[in-house]
Design a protein around this ligand. Structure first.
Ligand code: SF4
Length: 305
């Protein structure tokens, strides 16, 4: 999702009528469903089956927004940092790694697509740096006993073909620790259990791949807080059962080719808004009720067109 800077500029209020056109999604002839389910794909399906269909069956472009790209670069720098000798994992080294990683990131088409001017690029860099240095508010990376970074895992979990990339696997005092970095805002209390599913599934995948059951699973909200859970077989089993439910629902939707639109506030960031009348109606209703879209939300442009 894009950044959550709510604008108070009345000029950005959306008052244009909802476009009536509705494109019926039709998969290209060679479209095949994805062979695996990742935590992010499962989350997207739960949030809106139709968006999932556009992205994962029709394979329409779903470009990353600024917030996602901030996270991408922060993740890359932290990956490089944690692969340094423990004694070199300091802020100076992180700054140098960020400088070294920047040209490739800036040259990437997804970043170029944002079209940021000089000031916005500077702000982007600051956001990346705040995320990177936010690690030190949570832990001293020089004390981390790293076992693996960016580990890709493909396993069967409760009969679901699961795929995931684990940011970090560490040796902790009581066993392996699964860690995933987050550069966004920490979740509300009601969302914590759902958010922890991702790292608990990673713990289950590590156990399935190596036979070694991790002890803990953590979400590091950089600069903010750590949310963690004991990765007991019972906790992992509950997360895997929820994944199984999603997989079964998804398979049923695929057999029937029924992927209903599930409108909500995230429609403002959906790249398929121009082909979804339900999403446009949702945003229009919210705009009519005085809801302001962030200036960076792509939905603002679609509704104002
Ligand atoms: S606009 Fe909203 S309802 Fe439509 S596909 Fe996107 S997220 Fe789903």
């Amino acid at each position: 999702m894009g950044e959550c800077l709510l604008t108070t500029d009345p000029a950005l209020a959306v008052t244009a009528p909802v476009a009536p056109a509705e494109e019926v999604p039709v998969p290209p002839p060679d479209a095949a469903p994805p062979p695996h389910l990742s935590p992010s794909s499962a989350t997207m399906f739960r949030q809106c089956p139709r968006r999932w269909r556009h992205r994962d069956i029709e394979r329409l472009e779903d470009p990353a927004g600024p917030a996602a790209l901030v996270g991408t670069l922060a993740h890359r720098v932290l990956e490089l940092l944690l692969n340094e000798p423990a004694g070199d994992r300091n802020l100076d080294r992180a700054r140098n790694l960020a400088r070294e990683a920047w040209p490739a990131h800036a040259a990437h088409p997804e970043f170029a697509r944002l079209g940021l001017d000089q000031g916005a690029t500077r702000e982007f860099k600051w956001r990346v740096w705040r995320a990177i240095e936010g690690l030190w508010q949570l832990e001293d990376p020089a004390t981390v006993d790293v076992r693996a970074t960016e580990q890709r895992l493909e396993v069967q979990l409760h009969g679901v073909p699961f795929v995931g990339i684990v940011d970090r696997v560490d040796h902790g005092p009581d066993g392996l620790v699964i860690t995933d970095y987050k550069s966004g805002q920490p979740p509300r209390a009601a969302q914590v259990e759902e958010k922890l599913d991702q790292v608990l599934l990673y713990a289950g995948a590590v156990a399935a791949a190596t036979g070694e059951q991790p002890a803990r699973a953590r979400l590091l909200y950089l600069g903010a807080t750590i949310i963690e859970a004991e990765a007991t077989p019972a906790a992992v089993g509950r997360a895997a059962a929820r994944l199984r439910d999603t997989w079964d629902t998804l398979e049923a939707a695929r057999r029937a080719d029924e992927f209903p639109a599930q409108p909500g506030p995230l429609c403002g960031w959906c790249p398929f808004l121009d082909r979804c009348s339900a999403g446009r109606s949702e945003l229009q209703a919210r705009a009519d009720a005085g809801w302001f879209l962030p200036a960076t939300a792509p939905g603002l442009r679609v509704l104002a067109a």
